[in-house]
Design a protein around this ligand. Sequence first.
Ligand SMILES: Nc1ncnc2c1ncn2[C@@H]1O[C@H](COP(=O)(O)OP(=O)(O)OP(=O)(O)O)[C@@H](O)[C@H]1O
Ligand SMILES: [Mg+2]
Length: 234
Amino acid sequence: MNYPILKVDTIHTYYGERHILQGVSLEVYPGEVVVLVGRHGVGKTSTLLSIMGIQPPKQGSILFNGKEIVGFPCWEIAHRGIGLVPETRRLFPDLTVQENLEVGIKYNSNDYTLDDAYTDFPELTNLRSQPAGYLSGGEQQMLTIARTLMGNPQLLLMDEPTEGLAPLLVRRIAEIIERLVNRKQTLLITGQNIAFALELANRVYILDTGTVKWSGAMEQLQSHPQILQRYLAV
Ligand SMILES: Nc1ncnc2c1ncn2[C@@H]1O[C@H](COP(=O)(O)OP(=O)(O)OP(=O)(O)O)[C@@H](O)[C@H]1O
Ligand SMILES: [Mg+2]
């Protein structure tokens, strides 16, 4: 295999005195779908925030395309090609759908256009002049994904993309992710109960209280389902 697009190496991340990530390491190769699973509070979001430079690690290294990104501000990391679809949808509620999409545009690239966004997310087309704050939870999630895609991320991080959504919407988001996978979008997805993501995954990391407890290819996990049960059992 070629070299990893992302190499997280033994990162330690803190919130004040609280030592949350205790040496997390993971890799993502180009075109791969990697899933990071674990129960509530084990550090999935913190891992993504560390990669994005929002909650940077105090120790350890994160290489993106072979270059160290720890210490860079999050806008610089976004500029280099990492996009985050956050758990809490950070839209601008007073801006319209279209304005929110425009905010996501990266100046130096125009690969993914507004037309592409409305093609991928037809449900946003008739809402384009609506303030984002008026949208339903599912529509907001679609807009958040669409906005992140407007930045043409080379690596897309998605934090629990179907959390709190009704089954029909979970299926719709799964469909969107499948479409991204077919376009060879490199993805790192977190979640607790993400059967759909596991179906698409090439590799899986299981996180438990700030450390990776197991990692391997999806086929290995399929032949040892007890591994998943052990770390996801409530
Ligand atoms: N801003 C913060 N300040 C202090 N502690 C925090 C903060 N954010 C998260 N934590 C703590 O860090 C730990 C890991 O949280 P994190 O949000 O990364 O977990 P998670 O795996 O994403 O959980 P969930 O499945 O609930 O989203 C938790 O114990 C949480 O209480
Ligand atoms: Mg989380």
